[in-house]
Design a protein around this ligand. Sequence first.
Ligand SMILES: [Zn+2]
Length: 402
Amino acid sequence: MDTSKLMWFENSSEFIEKLVKIGVDYHASDIHITPWKEQVYIRYRISWELESFYWISLENYEKLLNTIKVASFMSIDEHNHIQDWKMIFNFKKDWVDFWVNARVSVLPTIYGENIVMRLLLSNSEMLNLDNLWFSEHNKKIISKIKDIDEWLVLLCGWTGSWKTTTLYSLLNKYDPFTNSIFTLEDPVEYTVKWYIQSEVKEKRLSNTSTNYTFQEWLVWILRQDPDIIMIWEIRRKEEASICLEAANTGHIVMWSIHSNSSIWAITRLKKLWVEPYVLASSLKYIIYQKLVRKICPKCRESLEFRKVDFPDKFHKYLNKDIYNVFRVNSKWCSSCMKWYIWNTLISDIIENDDDIYTLILSWKWDVEMKEILISKWYIPPYIDALNKAINWELDIRDAIII
Ligand SMILES: [Zn+2]
């Protein structure tokens, strides 16, 4: 349903700030500015759903597009190329100073350029692992990560699962005065004093002379005497091999990978044809995380869920016959407006031990590895979701389909 209202503005910089502030208030993950014939729609992605807020005229859209391009260092004369970069906004909300990093991408369409801004909200509080919604069990494992001084930590999950936030929270545990900390991203999402941060522009179409590949950047960083290297999204064998080599030679390497569980990340790396024995000997931790919607405590509706109502895979973890749980209630609530408040994380963590070492060297696929590990010590992400539903943070129906 189109619920958008007409908006008119004179000052496009102020209007963008207003759009971002609204996004922050609604905990939106993205702002979409989409041209369509004579109108341009502004929509927000809130709790995974797109919602139309406003529409603006083509004349206003031209102004807005130019301002966004200038502020994010894009070419304003270029209308037929994809472009991406970022904008940073500073705000004061309640009593906390925070900043919003907006990753902006522009795509030419038949009616003009479609703009999508991914919002990444941060303040120093959020770069603290204790505030990052990991379960107590997983927090305990994560707290051990600081004690390692070489090895690899892999962070996996899909786009928008706050992987970067967790990676920066992990880096935050190291003293940047006594460690040389390098980050390699596209683009840099958090800027931190004392970190040595580089942006890889290999996919950009600009005429910059610094279009080195991730691989070239990595080799160069290794010549700069790093202690810790954080790398964003590795997808090629060559890059993975350099990271594994670095982790095997006295460095801490943290990198993120697209995967839907910790165990699947092992299979993904094997599919890149990295040497299994190098992987087995350098990998220390794999953290998987997924953002899920947290139910609003003001409007949630309680219900009883019997053990038999849960899918079979949960049964061995349930010790009661009846659970008192919650689900969203579709009535209007002035507190949350959308039945959910903010998010929480579902995660699972694998720590390399003899079992993992042997499994990496074996040619078992992820389903088989998962069964073996569940029979030993592994707690899959759906059990984290189950615990959060039993503790009334998640809608039970959301939890049982994870
Ligand atoms: Zn509510």
